[in-house]
Design a protein around this ligand. Structure first.
Ligand SMILES: NC(=O)C1=CN([C@@H]2O[C@H](COP(=O)(O)OP(=O)(O)OC[C@H]3O[C@@H](n4cnc5c(N)ncnc54)[C@H](O)[C@@H]3O)[C@@H](O)[C@H]2O)C=CC1
Ligand SMILES: Nc1nc(=O)c2c([nH]1)NC[C@@H]1CN(c3ccc(C(=O)N[C@@H](CCC(=O)O)C(=O)O)cc3)CN21
Length: 315
């Protein structure tokens, strides 16, 4: 089902999870191990992230060979496997960096054949190793436009048939602004453009103070954006993560949470601090009337289960 229909028909907040494909050479059993334990909480959908190709130079005797490798392949296959195994809606991510519009069109055709009705469209992270396709889309909005066209039967590769797809498109929103944007207002202009072009729901970047989400909602509704905005939550359950998360995701951690981690003496204490904070955030979000709660479960199945035990029958 389309995510927007799931939200409008459920009659109560929806729960969703996000998983990350295993590192290249890993096993889908690692995914099943986490998701098996989470299905009892009746998630409405599961996102599967997509990661950029990287350029590597391999020494081969006297030669150095350049290769392009994806360290976490499998987004389409894992999405299909989850859909079949659990009979749950899946939302594979599509990224712009490293792909041209023809390659993206082929991925969309595969998703359509698989009966996958939702996609989450992001530009993709860039670093010095990221492989860049010379004619890739510059921004997520350009890929939104491509998919909206495909939904009308307009293919980028000319075809005799022009069969239409019917994807429901989600995009990312940044309550604390995207790190490359000069200010929140400019970032919101770009978010608005993605919605005007046809994206139908927003999942936010992780945040650790509910006030960011509330302010963000106020600002976007002032701009006339009225699609569902699902808050993205990440339980931080170690001091190591506390210090890595801002580096990776450019988000602020509130003073109280940092202080609580400072007082934690054992890994179990750290785990409890993170679980408690996430429970408090979900309670605050539910009382502000969110459409749902989206949890980045990445490698943290135990913490997610511990958090959700507090919310039996809520979702
Ligand atoms: N790998 C994954 O599954 C996920 C990755 N992300 C990451 O989040 C980051 C950004 O992704 P998106 O929000 O989709 O990117 P986006 O293309 O919407 O925006 C990226 C930046 O460009 C600016 N921008 C957007 N459209 C513009 C335009 N038309 N003109 C000028 N500036 C414009 C935005 O304000 C922002 O600073 C990426 O680093 C992405 O990889 C986020 C969620 C999941
Ligand atoms: N810039 C960006 N890139 C992404 O790929 C991305 C986002 N933002 N925001 C939305 C989701 C959330 N994603 C993720 C990816 C990994 C973890 C994660 O839990 N990573 C490890 C290491 C994090 C760290 O400590 O640096 C973890 O154990 O916490 C969480 C969310 C992927 N997505």
């Amino acid at each position: 089902m389309k995510i927007v229909d799931v939200i409008s028909q459920k009659g109560k907040p929806i729960l969703s999870f996000e998983i990350i494909p295993p590192n290249r050479g890993g096993s889908i059993l690692d995914i099943y191990n986490v998701v098996d334990g989470l299905m009892n909480f009746s998630p409405s959908f599961i996102n599967v992230t997509k990661h950029a190709n990287e350029v590597e130079y391999l020494e081969n005797g006297l030669e150095v060979n350049k290769i392009i490798v994806n360290k976490r392949p499998g987004t389409v296959g894992i999405s299909a496997a989850l859909k079949n195994r659990y009979n749950v809606d899946v939302v594979p991510h599509l990224i712009c960096v490293g792909f041209n519009k023809y390659q993206l069109e082929d991925i969309l055709i595969d998703l359509h054949y698989l009966g996958i009705e939702n996609v989450f469209v992001v530009r993709g992270d860039k670093n010095r190793y990221t492989f860049r396709e010379f004619d890739e889309h510059k921004y997520a909005c350009d890929l939104v436009e491509q998919i909206v066209n495909l939904n009308k039967g307009i293919y980028v590769y000319p075809t005799r048939y022009n069969y239409s797809t019917d994807f429901c498109i989600g995009v990312a929103g940044y309550p604390e602004k995207h790190f490359e944007s000069p200010n929140l207002e400019k970032d919101l202009d770009n978010l608005k453009l993605k919605i005007e072009l046809g994206a139908q729901f927003i999942i936010t970047q992780m945040f650790f103070d509910v006030n960011y989400y509330i302010n963000f909602l106020d600002k976007i509704s002032e701009r006339g954006i009225n699609v569902p905005v699902i808050p993205g939550l990440k339980p931080i359950v170690s001091k190591k993560s506390l210090y890595n998360i801002p580096k990776s995701f450019f988000v602020n951690i509130p003073k109280e949470l940092v202080e609580a981690f400072d007082e934690a003496k054992t890994p179990k204490d750290e785990f409890n601090v993170g679980v408690k904070h996430t429970i408090k955030m979900i309670e605050e979000l539910l009382s502000s009337g969110v459409p749902g709660v989206h949890i980045f479960t990445m490698g943290k199945g135990d913490a997610v289960k511990e958090v959700l035990r507090e919310f039996q029958n809520v979702f």
